[in-house]
Design a binder for this molecule. Structure first.
Ligand code: FAD
Length: 333
């Protein structure tokens, strides 16, 4: 609409198996806050297989005014080049102030492609967004999370990826209409095709996506003691996943997929347990933005206690079973 020129915000959503992922609602909610601050509309865009149009209506509940969906069989899994072309077409025709994506594996692939395609400024892995004097101010971690930089970008729209689990989805009463669009002509001939996603063995929820994480460190003294952590994880319910420090992964006690930190995954759950982890800078880099941090360590001077909201000084082998039992009680198990 003419009145909202350059004030709209585009949220590029992510789906898996035909359903919007929770990061999509986080991005839509963040887009709503920015659009409200600059007086614009929120548009969402999602690409997927047949049925994604109907499945994307849910974005309206999180504040989307217009919900654009592109359905095609070859968009069912992931298709970075086609989605880049689709997003570029949408952005070119849309007078956008900002374009937001999740900094998920898929968003980390897409965001720079879109920025490069349209020669737009890019900021990745944002943990906060503000509008000051009409400018978008992006807060993002630097130096492995030791500092936060507040940056503003030259040029518009700004392409910004948002760290998963940081922006909490908030429902609204309004519901946007779904509008079907198609991929631009000539988008075929992709060099990359993603055929399928395979869940990691063991069925453990991905540590980067879980809302509760139980991580173990070298102080656990070996893989034979992991059932203790597995028991705590189970007590916390299906939203909890196991994580590990690098010392544990390097020792071969746990798979690399569970490593949290600078050279592992960045996690930002609502609740993070660091059990027998010292709290080295490179570990903190991957978990510092968690909501509530609980540390168990036998050394009262362990650096992990500097970032912990709750600290228990004690032997993990004694503390963890008690913690698990109390949590089971509190959850009514
Ligand atoms: P330790 O430092 O050995 O700490 C073990 C802790 O357990 C101690 O605090 C001890 O007091 C406590 N403890 C011992 N016994 C008990 C007990 N019975 N009960 C309770 N507490 C007990 N690390 C990461 O985690 N992730 C990364 O991605 C990562 N990337 C890195 C990248 C680079 C380039 C470098 C140089 C390092 C990186 N590291 C990373 C390694 C990091 O510096 C630390 O070495 C590592 O995090 C230590 O793991 P930890 O805390 O499990 O072990």
């Amino acid at each position: 609409s003419e009145g909202a020129l350059m004030a709209n915000v585009l949220a590029i959503l992510e789906q898996r198996d035909g359903a919007l992922r929770s990061v999509s609602f986080e991005v839509t909610t963040a887009a709503r806050a920015i659009a409200d601050a600059v007086g614009g509309e929120v548009h969402t865009l999602v690409a997927g297989g047949p049925g994604i149009g109907a499945a994307s209506a849910g974005a309206g509940k999180y504040g989307a005014d217009r919900v654009f969906a592109c359905e095609a069989q070859d968009l069912a899994v992931a298709s970075p080049e086609a989605v880049t072309a689709l997003a570029a077409q949408q952005i070119a025709g849309g007078d956008y102030f900002a374009v937001l994506l999740p900094a998920s594996s898929m968003g980390k692939d897409l965001a720079p492609r879109i920025a490069a395609r349209l020669d737009l400024p890019l900021a990745t892995d944002a943990t906060a967004l503000d509008v000051e004097n009409g400018n978008l101010i992006i807060t993002r971690p630097v130096y492995a999370g030791r500092l936060f930089a507040r940056v503003s970008l030259q040029g518009s729209p700004a392409v910004v990826s948002l760290r998963p689990n940081v922006f909490r989805p908030a429902e609204r009463v309004s519901a946007g209409e779904v509008e079907m669009i198609s991929t631009p002509a000539g988008a075929a001939g992709a060099r990359v095709t993603v055929e399928a996603f395979h869940a990691a063995e063991g069925g453990n929820l991905d540590v980067a996506e879980a809302s509760i994480v139980v991580s173990g460190g070298r102080g656990m003294k070996g893989p034979v003691h992991w059932p203790l952590l597995e028991e705590l994880r189970a007590a916390l319910g299906p939203a909890a996943a196991l994580g590990a420090s690098r010392a544990v992964v390097d020792a071969g006690w746990r798979p690399h997929a569970e490593q949290v930190g600078q050279t592992g995954k960045t996690v930002s759950p609502k609740l993070y347990f660091a059990i027998a982890i010292s709290g080295a800078m490179q570990h903190l880099a991957g978990m510092r933005s968690s909501g509530v941090i609980v540390a168990v360590n036998k050394d009262a001077d362990a650096p992990i206690f500097k970032v912990a909201d709750y600290g228990i000084v004690g032997d993990a082998h004694e503390v963890v079973p008690v913690l698990a039992a109390r949590i089971r009680e509190a959850r009514g198990d």
